[in-house]
Design a protein around this ligand. Structure first.
Ligand SMILES: NC(=O)c1ccc[n+]([C@@H]2O[C@H](COP(=O)([O-])OP(=O)(O)OC[C@H]3O[C@@H](n4cnc5c(N)ncnc54)[C@H](O)[C@@H]3O)[C@@H](O)[C@H]2O)c1
Length: 265
């Protein structure tokens, strides 16, 4: 008997994934392609984007989300060569080292806010404003649990809080034009970004694991599952939300005040 593939609601659609060359973006690129989308891997790191695109039968483009002068042209070129975008996942971003205010250089603050907040807005606007013209599309931004709870990351945390706020603003503006906008906020997710911070001694994996209800880190593939759902027609009535995927980190952080989590029964 012929195996009928499961309908995931992304088949035959053209998807772009910014930051698609590594980590969460790479997992999203792979899962969307596996589920039948034509994926454009867009990243500042073109060789890596090309390698990922080749392995999934997709397309690669060099895209710098900070470059608002050229991003509209680049998105237009992608649509001319691949087809109209129906799905966008905005995963490009950089992390921050925890730094006290008196030591924190404004040049570092500007760089983080420029990429993680301004860059997310610039790319959402460049893609979303083309989708509204066609009356259909879905964007998923990547926030962070650091944008929901206080953390000693004075640029990254507020930048991600801004991404979450921007999600509902854009959802309201574009909803009548058939474009949905949602956000997935990862908790501590084992990607090259987090691995780099662990290797540099900036994050302790045991503390990160212990601070979550499930007692573990999140996998990039698990973020991609949530992103693929929100990108699909299965989520056609969902817009303007922020969905944390954090192994229960948000649920447990205040339990320290009461002596921590109970051990497994
Ligand atoms: N890993 C985590 O624990 C975690 C937790 C919460 C949120 N996030 C967010 O998830 C997203 C992806 O993070 P990741 O862990 O996969 O990191 P990663 O470093 O593995 O991947 C990030 C990708 O973004 C690209 N990029 C960076 N600056 C860019 C720019 N200006 N233009 C285009 N591409 C650019 C990089 O080249 C890289 O391929 C980020 O927005 C990050 O803030 C990650």
């Amino acid at each position: 008997m012929t195996q009928v593939p499961a309908p995931y609601g992304v088949e035959g659609k053209v998807a772009i994934v910014t930051g698609g060359a590594s980590g969460i973006g790479e997992c999203c690129s792979r899962l969307l392609a596996e589920r039948g989308a034509t994926v454009v891997v867009a990243d500042i790191n073109l060789p890596r984007a090309e390698a990922v695109a080749k392995s999934i039968g997709g397309h690669a483009v060099r895209l710098d989300i900070v470059d608002d002068q050229h991003i509209a042209e680049e998105i237009a070129d992608v649509e001319d060569s691949v087809g109209p975008l129906e799905i966008a996942v905005l995963s490009a971003g950089v992390a921050q080292t925890p730094t006290r205010t008196e030591d924190y250089l404004m040049s570092d603050w500007d760089r983080i806010v420029d990429i993680d907040f301004r860059g997310a807005y610039v790319s959402a606007a460049a893609i979303g404003n083309r989708m509204t013209g066609r009356g259909r599309g879905s964007l998923v931004l990547i926030g962070s649990t650091s944008g929901i709870r206080p953390v000693p990351l004075h640029a990254y945390g507020p930048a991600k809080a801004a991404v979450i706020a921007m999600t509902s603003n854009l959802a309201a503006e574009w909803g009548r034009s058939g474009v949905r906008v949602n956000c997935v906020s990862p908790g501590y997710t084992l990607t090259p970004m987090l691995q780099g911070m662990i290797d540099r001694g900036e994050r302790d994996p045991h503390i990160l694991e212990n601070d979550s209800a499930l007692g573990r880190l999140v996998l990039g593939e698990e973020i991609a599952q949530a992103v693929a759902f929100l990108s699909s027609s299965e989520a056609d009535a969902i817009t303007g939300i922020n969905l944390p995927v954090d192994a229960g980190w948000l649920a447990t952080t205040s339990w320290h005040t009461y002596g921590g989590l109970p051990a497994a029964r």
